[in-house]
Write a protein that binds this ligand. Sequence first.
Ligand SMILES: [Zn+2]
Length: 352
Amino acid sequence: MSSLDLHSDVVTLTRALVDVSSVSGDERALADAVEAALSGLGHLRTQRFGNTLVARTSLGRAERVVVAGHLDTVPVADNLPSRQVGDRIYGLGACDMKGGVAVALRLAATLVEPVRDVTYVFYDCEEIEAEKNGLGRLSREHPDTLAADFAVLMEPSSAQVEGGCQGTLRAEIILPGKRAHSARAWMGENAIHAAAEVLARLAAYEPRQVPVDGLVYREGLNAVGITGGVAGNVIPDECRITVNYRFAPDRSEDEAFAHVRETFAEYAVERRDSAPAAAPGLSRPAAAAFVAAVEAEPRPKFGWTDVARFAELGVPAVNYGPGESALAHTKDEFVEVAELRRCEERMRAWLS
Ligand SMILES: [Zn+2]
């Protein structure tokens, strides 16, 4: 079994984590190594749920915070083992998000008496279907393990604080028509032609920009798919347009759907799937103290992330971690040594 030395410096530890391959669904070796390393620490109580690990201090502090990261990566792309070139560490997961996991593990190992009680969570299956997500499983089956005043997900954010996240909803707009032979088109009604009106409305749509807790969330309503057509000689009797609505944290999933429905009031609209938005909760004391300690200007997160799982449990959460999110999932992903060190130092300041 690979062994991890949590007392080695954050660069060495990041490389050691990258070098234990942990593609989604195949995290056992890394989870074993992390469990073995955490279990040796007398100040933490470590529990394992599948390939997800939870380690917590119990010092009776006034506040409890979660520091979390996923162990898995996207598939290998000829980018293992790790290598260091100048001030950058390259390799699968270096950016997303073994650099952040290394910082969290360093804190877990070295902060014996943090000023806030800390629950460290290292989970599996973040990069694949949502139902397999280790954090989601934990929030459904053992929500007590995630109870906290505030959570930090150490996803790559260039050491900036990204608060909350937008919600996402997919719906289909169904356009009816009347089938006919295309040689006698006047006897039918073309459902695909009816799409023009819907597409024009989407193109002209003016998305809201919504301030929540001082951050401005920019919404979007876009066509992301279209289907229709029966055969090369048939006037089609149905066309469906899939729209994706990215909505600000001031709306629930139901309110988001109601908005899509009223935007296309004269059409049949079917809801497909959705995930809630998360408010940044930056006005909470634990969050405000965090923002002050890491000395970063909070910005809104565009996209859906696991911070929403904490929001559903009533725990405000932010993304904060080393690495540039635009490099995530790229073959040449890397993390800057300076950012690793800065994140470790700032997180340590917050917890000390
Ligand atoms: Zn990630």
